[in-house]
Design a protein around this ligand. Structure first.
Ligand SMILES: *Cc1c(COP(=O)(O)O)cnc(C)c1O
Length: 458
């Protein structure tokens, strides 16, 4: 193909992708949030043998749009409240496209000065809005599961080095035992991270929690020897925070490392009226959070923060010896991967477009919407199972069976989507308001639909 023809066809293809994307986002408002059974059935069109011959890229895109778009869940829309799934801020989606064209490898400064620089800037801004200690180091990873793993690898390094054991060189065979303390409400992904690190999913000391899911500091164990304490900022069901101040004081008195799983809760720090929730959290030694949840960047994007970047580098660096550092931060010295996509770009774009006040408004707005959901559902006679302090709401529509039938009805109705959870033995619907796009109107519309469905069923 001559150069100009090649450019033309690339232009046309990207135009087509942009138009299809814009159309997709536009029609999200008028379709059901869950894909229809018919749309899911259409996915069978993808089930074909690998073609022998090339296909025109526009035809490939057309197939993806025709059969793929309808079979998506409208998580990019305004009325999806399942799990804790954020949308994508306009600037982040656009940045994601441009970064896709750049196709940068973010592992090395020399491979992408722009990716490395934007990570550095984004890190500085993140430390600022999340109220973490200055100088904190970070790894840009896929999500909080990997962020927990990455930060806990730094923790493992540090507590064993204190015991004169080089875990990077020698592994855990023959190492002094490491005690791991978790709350009874720790997120399931934390245990996977512990398992991957050889710390064991089950060989943990579990601290009981109160009725909101918070670790009981009065039940905190006496500690000795190398110890990692994992606390939580933002329980996935209730939004509750472990009492960071007391736990960290006790843990540090015993020379233990404190790690915070703050997948979405850490963002409370960015909203002045919620910041009291993270009181004491900044005293910890490491933190994990998601950018794809509450910062509303496209999947996937998670962050591991470590107070002393040397502990992170020691656990992650390609060579066990500290490599001589240039004056620039070398991204792959802090991450489990070498080659990876440049996640810092969208994080930068989110923060650059929102600014401090925009971020605070987004977090605060989501929390206000959650409170309104709780009020509306309670007023309609349904039971709210949590104290709504953040963006998570738990509602029961009666017994387990009634609640399950209402959830299924709400999902089938399509106005909005929320999922099922179990909270301290009760089956509940969990509403998580996590998208920049959700408006008061959406909340009222969703509430009416939920109540209408519940009245018909329960
Ligand atoms: C979502 C969540 C995780 C897991 O995060 P991923 O990004 O899905 O890997 C861990 N901990 C808590 C508290 C969460 O809410």
């Amino acid at each position: 193909m001559p150069m100009t023809a090649q450019n033309d066809s690339m232009n046309n293809l990207l135009q087509s992708a942009a138009e299809r994307s814009a159309h997709y986002l536009e029609q999200l408002d008028t379709r059901g949030v869950a894909p229809s059974p018919e749309a899911i059935a259409q996915l069978e069109h993808f089930d074909e043998p690998l073609p022998d011959q090339p296909t025109d890229p526009e035809a490939v895109l057309d197939m993806l749009d025709r059969f793929g778009s309808p079979a998506t869940v409208a998580t990019a829309g305004r009325r999806f409240y399942g799990f804790v799934i954020g949308g994508s801020l306009p600037a982040t989606l656009a940045a994601n496209w441009l970064a896709g064209a750049w196709d940068q490898n973010a592992g090395l400064f020399v491979a992408s000065p722009v990716a490395a620089t934007l990570e550095e800037i984004a890190l500085r801004w993140l430390i600022d809005v999340l109220r973490l200690p200055r100088g904190t180091g970070a790894a840009f990873v896929t999500g909080t599961t990997m962020a927990n793993m990455t930060a806990l690898a730094a923790a493992r390094h540090a507590v064993l080095r204190q015991a004169s054991w080089d875990v990077e060189a020698n592994g855990l065979f023959g190492a002094p035992p490491v005690t791991v303390v978790v709350g009874a409400e720790a997120h399931p992904t934390l245990f996977r991270a512990l398992g991957l690190l050889g710390l064991g999913r089950q060989r943990v000391v579990t601290v009981p929690v109160d009725s909101r899911g918070r670790m009981r500091s009065d039940a905190f164990p006496a500690l000795s020897g190398p110890t990692i304490v994992c606390i939580q900022a933002g329980n996935v069901n209730t939004g509750a925070f472990d009492p960071a101040k007391e736990i960290i004081a006790k843990a540090h008195a015993a020379n233990a490392w404190v790690h915070v799983d703050g997948a979405f809760g850490l963002w409370a720090a960015a909203a002045p009226r919620r910041a009291h929730l993270v009181e004491g959290v900044a005293e910890a030694d490491s933190w994990a959070t998601d950018a794809h949840k509450w910062l509303n960047v496209p999947y996937d994007s998670g962050l591991a923060f470590v107070r002393d970047p040397e502990n992170l580098r020691a656990a992650m660096a390609l060579s066990a010896a500290y490599l001589p550092q240039g004056d620039r931060r070398e991204p792959s010295q802090f991450t489990p991967e070498l080659s990876r996509r440049a996640r810092g770009i969208e994080i930068w774009a989110a923060l650059r477009s929102l600014g401090r006040s925009g971020l605070a408004d987004m977090i605060e707005g989501n929390c206000r919407h959650a409170t309104r959901f709780a009020e509306g559902l309670r007023a309609a006679g349904y039971e709210i199972l949590n104290e709504v302090i953040l963006n998570q709401v738990l509602v029961a529509f009666g017994d387990a069976d009634q609640t399950r039938r209402v959830i299924a009805g709400i999902q089938a109705d399509g106005t909005s989507w929320a999922g099922e959870t179990t909270w301290q033995g009760r089956v509940a619907m969990r509403i998580s308001v996590s998208s920049w796009a959700t408006t008061e109107e959406d909340v009222e519309k969703s509430l009416s639909a939920m109540i209408r469905v519940a009245k018909n069923i329960a």
